[in-house]
Design a binder for this molecule. Structure first.
Ligand code: FMN
Length: 349
C-alpha cells in the first residue's frame, strides 16, 4: 500500500513502530524493518557509545530503512545527531519539537525528520520549521500524552499542515489503519501494539500484565514525573499518587542517583537536562527530579521485569490486545485486514 509515508521513508507498509524507551531496541526495530514497516530505535535511555552500537546492530540485521528517536531537549542532542549522520540513519524521530537548526542539520545530511506532536499548534510549528512529516499522538496513546482524542486531533492536524501526518494513539489493527487513512493520515504509528509482540524483549511477566489489562486498567497520572503520563494502573502508581511531597522528593533523589549511575550521565548533564525540561514550563524542581526518575522506573519493568516496582507505560489499546504475534505476523495481519476493509467499503459494480 503506497502512501506519502511509504514514499517518504522507503518502506513497504504505512506502519510505524514508535521509539519507546527500553522497549524499542535493536531486536524489535530490525524485526519491524524486516516486516516492511518503519522501526524506530529509542535512544533517550542509551549512553552515546551504546547508541552507536545499537544502530550498527540494527543495520547488521536488516537492509531496510529505520529511524532513531531522541529527545530534542537533551543536552547532548547534537552529539546524538552526529552519530546518526555518521552511521547513515534514515529517519530522525523526536519526542519534543526539535529546533529549526537541528531540523536543518538533519535535512542537510539527507535524514528524514518526523517529530511526534500532541497538539495542532506544535504540528504547525514543526511543519513551518521544515519537518518532513509529523506523528500526531492522541490522548489514548501510551507514555506522555495529551488530552485530545485521536479522532478529534487527527483531522484537526491533517487540515492544518501540508506535510504527511502519521496517526498515533489507539491503533492496533487494519480497521484502524483504514480509518486513519480516511481521516487523511499517511499511515499509523503504534507503540503498545509493538511492545506486545514476540519480537519485543520486554519480559514475559510484564507482557502478561498488559495482556490481562482491561481498558479501565490504563490510567493517566502526573505522579511519576509531573507530566500527564499514560500507563497501567498499578500499586506503585497508587502509592506515588498518595505519597506526600517530602517522601516523593526523597524517592526522586534516590532514583535519579540510580539512573545517573546506570546511564553514565554526569550530575551536571542531568541538571542541564532538568533545566531545559523546566524551561518555559510550570514545573517545580521536585517535578524535574521526578522526571529524572522516569527512565529508571520504566527500566525496572521493561528490562528487569519488576511489575511491582516499575512503570508500565501503555496506551488504552492494551485493554483490547490479547496476543503476542511476531512483527511479521502483526504487519501482515494488519495489511490483510486493511485491504479487506477497503474492498468492503468499495461500492459493488
Ligand atoms: C512503554 C512505552 C514507552 C514509550 N517511550 C517513548 C519514548 O521514549 N519517546 C517517545 O517519543 N515516545 C514514547 N512513547 C510513546 C510512543 O512512542 C507512541 O507515541 C505511543 O505508544 C502511541 O500510542 P499507542 O500506545 O496507543 O500505540 C512510549 C510509549 C510506551 C507504551
Amino acid at each position: 500500500m503506497e502512501t506519502a509515508l511509504t514514499r517518504l521513508v522507503g518502506v513497504r507498509h504505512p506502519i510505524v513502530q514508535t521509539g519507546m524507551g527500553w522497549v524499542a531496541g535493536p531486536r524489535l526495530v530490525a524485526a519491524t524493518a524486516n516486516a516492511g514497516a518503519l522501526g524506530i530505535l529509542a535512544s533517550a535511555t542509551m549512553p552515546l557509545d551504546r547508541l552507536r552500537e545499537a544502530i550498527r546492530e540494527v543495520a547488521s540485521r536488516t537492509d531496510a530503512p529505520f529511524g532513531v528517536n531522541l529527545r530534542a531537549d537533551a543536552a547532548d542532542a547534537g552529539d546524538r545527531v552526529r552519530i546518526m549522520i555518521e552511521e547513515g540513519v534514515r529517519v530522525a524521530s523526536f519526542a519534543l519539537a526539535p529546533s529549526p537548526e537541528l531540523i536543518a542539520e538533519l535535512k542537510d545530511a539527507g535524514i528524514v525528520v518526523i517529530p511526534s506532536v500532541g497538539a495542532r499548534r506544535h504540528a504547525e510549528k514543526v511543519a513551518a520549521w521544515g519537518a518532513d512529516a509529523v506523528i500526531v499522538q492522541g490522548g489514548e496513546g501510551g507514555g506522555h500524552t495529551g488530552e485530545v482524542a485521536t479522532t478529534v486531533l487527527l483531522p484537526q492536524v491533517v487540515d492544518a499542515v501540508r506535510i504527511p501526518v502519521v496517526a498515533a494513539g489507539g491503533f492496533f489493527d487494519g480497521r484502524g489503519l483504514v480509518a486513519a487513512l480516511a481521516y487523511g493520515a499517511a499511515g499509523v504509528a503504534m507503540g503498545t501494539r509493538f511492545l506486545l509482540t514476540s519480537d519485543s524483549t520486554v519480559p514475559n511477566a510484564v507482557k502478561e500484565r498488559y495482556l490481562a489489562a482491561t481498558v479501565k486498567d490504563v490510567t493517566v497520572t502526573r505522579a511519576v514525573d509531573g507530566l500527564p503520563h499514560r500507563m497501567l494502573r498499578t500499586e506503585l502508581v497508587a502509592s506515588l499518587e498518595n505519597s506526600g511531597r517530602t517522601r516523593a522528593l526523597f524517592q526522586a533523589v534516590r532514583r535519579a542517583a540510580g539512573y545517573r549511575k546506570l546511564s553514565g550521565t554526569s550530575w551536571r548533564r542531568l541538571l542541564e537536562d532538568g533545566r531545559s525540561l523546566k524551561h518555559g514550563k510550570d514545573l517545580t524542581w521536585s517535578q524535574v527530579l521526578l522526571a529524572a526518575n522516569t527512565p529508571m522506573l520504566l527500566k525496572s519493568a521493561m528490562v528487569d521485569g519488576r511489575t511491582d516496582l516499575g512503570v508500565m507505560a501503555s496506551g488504552q489499546v492494551a485493554g483490547v490486545i490479547d496476543d503476542l504475534p511476531s512483527c511479521v505476523e502483526l504487519v501482515e495481519r494488519i495489511m490483510k485486514e486493511a485491504e479487506e476493509v477497503r474492498a468492503r467499503l468499495r461500492p459493488s459494480p
